[in-house]
Design a protein around this ligand. Structure first.
Ligand SMILES: [Fe+2]
Ligand SMILES: [Fe+2]
Length: 400
């Protein structure tokens, strides 16, 4: 048996890192439309893991003297298939396609690579790809349980089956996961299947009551009510994660590093949401007792992705620090160690997010050939948050 040579291995690795990046972007685009709450958290984690895997492969490629893995040929071997996968009609179909189709194929490719490469010459790849394969396998395991939970009806199972089979044929036709020669034409999806992206509203599962407007902030002297409000409010940050997911998908053709930062940002907002959820539980409540707000996601979707991202970073996150620092000090004074620490970790993440805003908004403006200046964009975004935000705390911070 002829083992693949280094040239073939490098060509395959270039494609694999691109599959990781762009399938994660598609997960981001669908994040708002995934109904099951726990699944949103998992998808938010997985899309970040995927970009991490991509980063590790890219680092290895750099060692192998490939500075720019995203060549036109690589993009052409991956993006058309991702566009077709974007035509899934239901959240469970999308999950089936990405996890049982793409991620399954990637896991197999990593295992095959590991079986066929040289243990000594290519040892650094082995370390990276072993981790990549096991990450993929645990993601797939989660998806199998999720699909059993949400797509249990016979008709849904049929759709899952059909879409999974289609996805596998599509991936095989690209040839870019296994490094074989591609087919001339990619298969077409079933009739009536066209992209539903981007999503105008964020979905919540049936356990939640949904409302547009946020809660008023209780007086800070009312310690219990204020702390509960604080951490219930954190659970609403799922909307920030969903906006970032939409940005991940809708902004096409940026440098890879942009997707890496946005994926991390998206996962961080899922974590802030979870932090709220855990703290609410510690305070003796369940999050389903409180309505979830989805209005802030919805109105932000009216703006282009650059403005959405500028509103989050330059306005909402930037303006939130004053209140966060004040709240932190209050918790320290009250000896509420757990709440104080949670806020502190949040401040650390938010500092990073604001920094990424200054790093990427200008580049996004260039990318979309924006004619306004950065100052004009910031002014416009501040006005938009003031006019539209359905979270009273966001509106009052933006006024200052
Ligand atoms: Fe946050
Ligand atoms: Fe943030």
């Amino acid at each position: 048996m002829n083992l693949p040579d280094s040239k073939q291995r490098i060509a395959q690795l270039k494609h694999l890192q691109a599959w990781e990046t762009h399938s994660a972007r598609l997960l981001g685009g669908w994040l708002p439309a995934i109904r099951l709450w726990e699944a949103k958290h998992e998808v938010g984690l997985h899309l970040w893991q995927d970009l991490e895997t991509s980063r590790e492969i890219r680092t290895r490629l750099w060692e192998l003297r490939v500075n720019r893995p995203d060549t036109a040929a690589v993009t052409a071997g991956v993006l058309p298939a991702i566009q077709i996968l974007a035509s899934a009609q239901y959240d469970f179909e999308l999950i089936a396609g990405i996890y049982l189709g793409v991620k399954q194929a990637l896991a197999q490719a990593y295992r095959d690579y590991l079986a066929k490469t040289h243990a000594t010459w290519d040892a650094p790849s082995i370390d990276i790809l072993t981790r990549a394969a096991s990450r993929k396998e645990s993601q797939i395991e989660w998806a199998e349980a999720y699909l059993q939970q949400v797509a249990y009806k016979e008709t849904d199972q049929h759709l899952v089956q059909r879409w999974t089979t289609f996805t596998r044929e599509l991936i095989a036709a690209t040839g870019s996961v296994t490094g074989e020669n591609p087919s001339i034409a990619l298969p077409t999806p079933p009739p009536g299947y066209s992209s539903r992206l981007p999503f105008g509203e964020a979905k919540r599962d049936s356990r939640f009551k949904v409302q547009l407007q946020g809660f008023e902030r209780p007086p800070v002297e009312d310690t219990d009510a204020h702390t509960l409000w604080q951490f219930v409010s954190y659970t609403m940050e799922m909307q920030a994660a969903e906006t970032l997911g939409s940005v991940l998908w809708e902004v096409d053709g940026m440098d890879w590093e942009f997707y890496y930062d946005i994926a991390r940002h998206c996962h961080d907002e899922c974590r802030h949401c979870k932090m709220g959820e855990e703290r609410v539980r510690e305070l003796g409540h369940e999050i389903h007792e409180f309505p979830q707000f989805v209005g802030n996601y919805a109105w932000r979707q009216i703006y282009d992705p650059m403005r959405r991202y500028a509103m989050l970073t330059y306005i909402i996150e930037q303006d939130s620090f004053a209140l966060k620092h004040e709240t932190y000090k209050n918790y320290v004074q009250l000896n509420d160690h757990a709440s104080a620490e949670a806020i502190l970790y949040d401040i650390i993440d938010e500092t990073m997010h604001v920094r990424w805003g200054t790093k990427w908004v200008g580049k996004l403006m260039e990318h979309q050939k924006e004619t306004l200046s950065l100052d004009d964009i910031i002014f416009e975004c501040r006005q938009a948050v003031l006019d539209n935000s359905l979270a009273p705390a966001q509106r009052s911070s933006a006024k200052k």
